[in-house]
Design a protein. Structure first.
Length: 320
């Protein structure tokens, strides 16, 4: 991912660029700013000079005991992790844990992230709220987030997306393939966009996060795969295979071909914002529809044999 950060501005301000779109991130709270910078460091950020134009997205982080009042006439619905969204198509609010995220369409798109208290380092709810703030802004510019791992087959350069909820084996399969020589985009979150009428996927998060195996534990073991086992990161790829993975609790894995319609239905289920975020729903659905035509879809009932070194490569060979 092409991401830029500016360090020659005041300590509370920074610029970033994602796929040619500029973000301006600010906070008047030094302690909160440090937590934000630490979080963004896991999103493939690199320092750059001051951008030559105004930002497309402006994100402000602040602490306040009394969050912004949400209008009562907005439509609302529940989302994962106990969150709740409120929207009328232009104003968009997300309440998640300690955070209230408020997005307003405009030029630039503005996103306010209000917190009742300072989040701890590695706080997963703060990470999700911040990810929403960034991705909701990027969706206004044709960059649509997908909860998915992404890897690249070294034999032919074809991209493989591994889609599934938390605990479905995405990261485990991505690790198995990365250790076998496949390059990677991310183990958890990707951005989809049109490039010359084709759908391109790029990584959003740089590190991998594996469950520690402790039941009820809020944190995962995080590591950079390029430093741990020498895997190579790829900036972007054209996906040609989409795997929808789930744990089968069986000894053997099963890979079943999906029709284009079945693939599209599952992509919509995996991208709730394609219907929830009404102002960008049409563009998001167009990208998903193109992806369903561009890539072959498969259902993967992941068995324990995927933990055998080299088996994942054998299973996927011939299906690219």
């Amino acid at each position: 991912m092409e991401v830029f950060q500016v360090f020659d501005r005041p300590a509370s301000q920074a610029f970033y660029s994602v796929a040619g779109r500029f973000l301006f991130v600010e906070s008047s709270d030094p302690e909160l700013r440090n937590v934000v910078v630490e979080l963004f460091a896991g999103w493939q950020l690199t320092p750059v000079p001051v951008p030559h134009r105004s930002p497309d997205i402006r994100i402000n982080f602040k602490r306040c005991e009394t969050p912004h009042e949400i209008r009562r006439d907005l439509d609302h619905f529940e989302v994962a992790d106990g969150g709740k969204c409120y929207t009328d198509g232009d104003d968009f609010y997300l309440v998640l844990g300690n955070a209230l995220v408020h997005l307003q369409n405009g030029s630039p798109v503005t996103v306010d992230v209000s917190l009742r208290e300072l989040p701890a380092s590695g706080d997963p709810m703060f990470a999700r709220a911040t990810s929403f703030a960034v991705c909701a802004g990027l969706r206004r510019f044709g960059l649509f987030d997908l909860h998915s791992a992404g890897v690249v087959d070294p034999s032919d350069g074809k991209g493989v997306l591994i889609i599934g909820p938390s605990g479905s084996g995405k990261s485990t399969l991505a690790v198995q393939l990365a250790t076998a020589g496949w390059s990677y985009l991310s183990d958890d979150e990707l951005l989809l966009s049109f490039v010359d009428d084709a759908v391109e996927a790029r990584g959003f998060r740089s590190f991998f996060a594996m469950s520690t195996g402790k039941e009820g534990g809020p944190f995962k073991h995080c590591f950079e795969p390029d430093t741990v086992f020498g895997a190579r990161r790829t900036a972007q790829v054209l996906p040609r295979v989409v795997l929808f993975t789930r744990l089968s609790n069986q000894s053997e894995s099963r890979l079943s071909k999906l029709t284009q319609t079945e693939t599209m239905v599952r992509l919509i289920r995996a991208c709730p914002w394609a219907t929830y975020d009404t102002s960008i729903a049409s563009g998001n659905l167009k990208v998903l529809s193109a992806l369903a035509r561009q890539a072959s879809g498969f259902d993967l009932a992941a068995g324990r044999d995927l933990l055998v070194p080299g088996f994942a490569c054998t299973l996927l060979s011939g299906h690219n």
